[in-house]
Design a protein around this ligand. Structure first.
Ligand SMILES: [Mg+2]
Length: 143
């Protein structure tokens, strides 16, 4: 059985490790993954009958990410293994699907995930509303 409290403690210890937030340490290659996922998904950006490029709806694409997260939640709720990769947990595979969709999206629209993730992690580390004290106040973020 997973010890979620120990797991959360480890995550918290890493999250407050300011050295881990140093900008040179964070160039995880997200933009390269975006380019790779967008290239792998090229057929979804083409009309299947003609092969011509098709415009994609951003709202629809973002909701497809949400649908993968919902599938991951169902996998966790029912403690399921994946049906397509049966050696893996369903949630793990659905999270991979969500990431693939996010990377495809970022690759298509030229978003700089390397830079945005690096900057947002650094910003979040300084947020007063994320401290334990702020979270314990009335109206604080409980989760
Ligand atoms: Mg899926």
């Amino acid at each position: 059985m997973t010890d979620y409290n120990a797991l959360a403690g480890g995550i918290l210890a890493r999250a407050i490790d300011r050295d881990a937030l140093a900008l040179p340490a964070l160039h995880p290659g997200l933009n390269a993954l975006a380019a790779a996922c967008h290239a792998a998904n090229a057929k979804w950006w083409q009309d299947p009958a003609t092969g011509q490029p098709i415009p994609r709806n951003k709202g629809e694409l973002l909701m497809l990410v949400v649908s993968e997260i919902a599938e991951a939640m169902e996998g966790e709720r029912k403690d399921l293994m994946d049906d397509k990769l049966p050696h893996r947990r369903m949630a793990e595979v659905e999270l991979a699907d969500a990431l693939i969709r996010i990377f495809d999206y970022a690759g298509a629209f030229g978003y700089d995930l390397d830079g945005a993730v690096t900057e947002k992690l650094a910003y979040n580390a300084t947020r007063a509303d994320h401290t334990h004290e702020a979270r314990l106040r009335a109206g604080g973020k409980k989760w």
